[in-house]
Design a protein around this ligand. Structure first.
Ligand code: AMP
Length: 280
């Protein structure tokens, strides 16, 4: 496994591999790797000759300074995990390498980045799109792998690729969960043992919503889901939404669209967690 920190060097190395006719799969991450990330890498390995993983905690996608400071960082351990998982190339640049100058780019993703995460984390998706576009330009992948764990992010990356005509195939991958249903996340490391014992309630609530879909009104479902979650005093909900999977707009009728997804964001103590599930 080769580790690069320099943009020019990784860019040339990938260009050489591509000139030999090899296909390149790319997994962008912010590190603190877990089995969710490794499942994306495995998919990339199944579908490409070369798999490349980036590790970069992107400061411009954090709207909260404390969240950025407390974001877990474990580069050495991450590299060990990637080596064991047979990753070919790691790109782990510094902030100065990625952003030698102030970033001024502004994207417009229509309604996609105005709702849910976009509404609660101003600037988050613009910062995410800037880094993803830059990483695509540097790493030149044929395919890029993103988790449905960050469902809104996946939809926005697809839109970015469409808007900018980027020649990369974006592949969405299913959510990997702990045995008790909690979606794996780098942030789970920050939960206290007590908070960790409550965290599976998010998954249980999503499952319950799926079970109730079509049986009660969407309004009632939302109200009861919120009640279930807030029965735990440690939980502070940011949003519980039921949306059309394509547009991410809220739906108020079970039959109005084909695929309906429930999405949840909440604080458990000081840790912000998100999860989602197709419920119809
Ligand atoms: P992050 O390091 O949190 O930015 O995540 C990097 C990539 O891994 C993103 O595409 C995430 O959606 C994906 N990911 C994170 N957690 C999971 C999970 N539990 N299952 C599947 N993919 C995940």
């Amino acid at each position: 496994m080769e580790i690069f920190n320099n943009i020019g060097k990784i860019n040339s190395a990938v260009a050489v591999l591509k000139s030999r006719g090899l296909t390149v799969g790319f997994v962008p991450t912010m590190g603190a790797l877990h089995k969710g990330h490794l499942s994306l890498l495995q998919r990339s390995k199944d579908e490409n000759d070369i798999s490349l993983c980036s590790i970069f905690v992107n400061p411009i996608q954090f709207n909260n300074k404390q969240d950025l400071e407390k974001y877990p960082r474990s580069l050495e351990e991450d590299c060990r995990k990637l080596e064991q998982a047979d990753c070919d190339i790691v790109f782990a640049p510094t902030v100065d390498e990625m952003y030698p100058e102030e970033v001024k780019i502004k994207y417009d993703f229509g309604q996609l980045d105005k709702v849910m995460e976009g509404k609660h984390r101003p600037g988050h998706f613009n910062g995410m799109a800037v880094v993803v576009k830059k990483l695509f330009d540097i790493c030149l992948p044929h395919r890029a792998y993103f988790g449905e764990k960050d469902f809104q992010q996946l939809m926005i990356v697809r839109e970015l690729v469409k808007q900018k005509n980027i020649p990369v195939q974006v592949i969405g991958c299913g959510i990997i969960r702990e045995d008790d249903g909690l979606a794996m996340s780098s942030r789970n490391r920050r939960l206290s043992p007590h908070e960790r014992s409550i965290a599976p309630e998010i998954y249980k609530t999503l499952l319950w919503m799926k079970h109730q879909a079509g049986k009660i009104s969407i309004d009632q479902l939302l109200q009861q889901a919120r009640q279930k979650l807030t029965s735990h005093s440690e939980i502070k909900i940011e949003y519980v939404e039921i949306t059309d999977e394509e547009s991410l707009l809220t739906v108020d009728d079970w039959d109005s669209v084909r695929n309906i997804r429930a999405l949840i964001a909440l604080f458990l103590g000081e840790v912000r967690l998100i999860d989602n599930m197709r419920i119809k």
